[in-house]
Design a protein around this ligand. Structure first.
Ligand code: MG
Length: 109
C-alpha cells in the first residue's frame, strides 16, 4: 500500500480483521446502530476530530458506518470500488448529467 486508503484496501483490511459470515445478522445490526450514531452526531452537531483525537466526533461515526458497510459488502463478495463507476454511469443517464465522464472516465473496462 502506498499510504493512501482506497475502498479496495479498506475492504481487504476489514476482511482480514473482521470476516465471519455466520455473524451476518450482527453486522447488519451494527451497521444500523452506527448509522443511528452518525445521524445523532450530525443532528447534535458533534465536534470535528482534531489531531489524533477522534473519540465522540462526527469523523468517528463516519468511519464506523463505513467499516460496517465494507464488512457487509465483504460477506457478499461485493467489490464496492468496482461497482461505484457502473452505478454512477447509470445515475448520470437517469438524471441526464455528466458527472461520470468528469470523474470516472476510463475506470470501466
Ligand atoms: Mg460509533
Amino acid at each position: 500500500m502506498d499510504g493512501k486508503i482506497t475502498i479496495k484496501h479498506l475492504q481487504q483490511y476489514i476482511k482480514k480483521k473482521d470476516f465471519n459470515p455466520k455473524e451476518k445478522h450482527n453486522y447488519v445490526l451494527k451497521f444500523m446502530e452506527e448509522s443511528g450514531e452518525l445521524a445523532k452526531a450530525i443532528l447534535n452537531k458533534y465536534p470535528h476530530a482534531e489531531g489524533e483525537n477522534i473519540k465522540d466526533t462526527i469523523e468517528e461515526e463516519f468511519c464506523d458506518v463505513l467499516f460496517y458497510l465494507c464488512a457487509i459488502a465483504n460477506l457478499y463478495d461485493v467489490d464496492i470500488e468496482k461497482w461505484i463507476p457502473v452505478k454512477e454511469r447509470e445515475t448520470d443517464k437517469r438524471y441526464n448529467t455528466n458527472y461520470f465522464n468528469e470523474f470516472f472516465k476510463g475506470t470501466l473496462k
